[in-house]
Design a binder for this molecule. Structure first.
Ligand code: MN
Length: 206
């Protein structure tokens, strides 16, 4: 895989770091040791509310925007639109992206933890980078709200479709749960316990 600085070109091109409070990603964020790779899900109240699902792969956060957020019910297929890779330092970002700039709106860290690459256990093991390139990712999440296997599967592109549309699906394992709906029952940040509204209110006072 290309160096992180190459991969983050799009991230940098979309943002003016004089205007946004998001991390510029120029600091040296050390990739996690094997088996300690991070995942983070950020709830982002932008033009349309969505959940940014990010997996640490080779020193960057490979990212998808999930409008409805993750479900624990294996029957649900949640649209996940691939977005630009983010720097590792983004995993701790919570705050308000000001009006008039890319991604304007409030962000909280909705869930975080580590993950394991389940495709690495198959007969023909795939690295995370290979799985993403192939369009079929399977990970075991160890988060505060989410646990168990989740699959991300790239859909066949429609003509002239520029976005990469994927589906996020809870795998049918012992952590599947058809009743618990963490997106609605646990709306708060796992970093600070705040809701989107509370972060908004606090930042506008400051
Ligand atoms: Mn977003």
């Amino acid at each position: 895989m290309a160096r992180a600085s190459e991969v983050l070109k799009t991230y940098h091109a979309k943002r003016d770091f004089k205007r946004t409070s998001e991390p510029d990603g120029h600091g040296k964020a050390k990739p996690s040791r094997k088996g300690r790779q991070r995942f983070v899900i950020q709830k982002h109240d932008a033009r349309a509310l969505h959940y940014d699902f990010r997996l640490e792969v080779d020193g960057v956060l490979v990212s998808w925007a999930v409008p409805k957020g993750p479900s624990l019910d294996p029957r649900d297929k949640r649209l996940a639109v691939r977005t630009e890779d983010h720097p590792l330092s983004y995993a701790g970002f919570e705050g308000v992206i000001p009006k008039g700039v890319y991604g304007a709106g409030t962000v909280i860290v909705w869930d975080k933890g580590t993950y394991r690459n389940l495709m690495g256990d198959k007969d023909k093991p795939l690295s995370m980078a290979e799985s993403v390139a192939k369009g079929h990712v399977e990970v075991w999440l160890k988060g505060e709200k989410l646990h168990g296997g989740f699959a991300l599967v790239r859909m066949r592109p429609r003509p002239r479709e520029r976005r990469e549309n994927w589906l996020l699906i809870k795998m049918d394992d012992e952590e599947a749960d058809r009743r618990r709906k963490p997106v609605s029952s646990q709306p708060e940040s796992v970093l600070t316990g705040r809701t989107i509204k509370e972060v908004e209110a606090e930042e506008s006072e400051a």
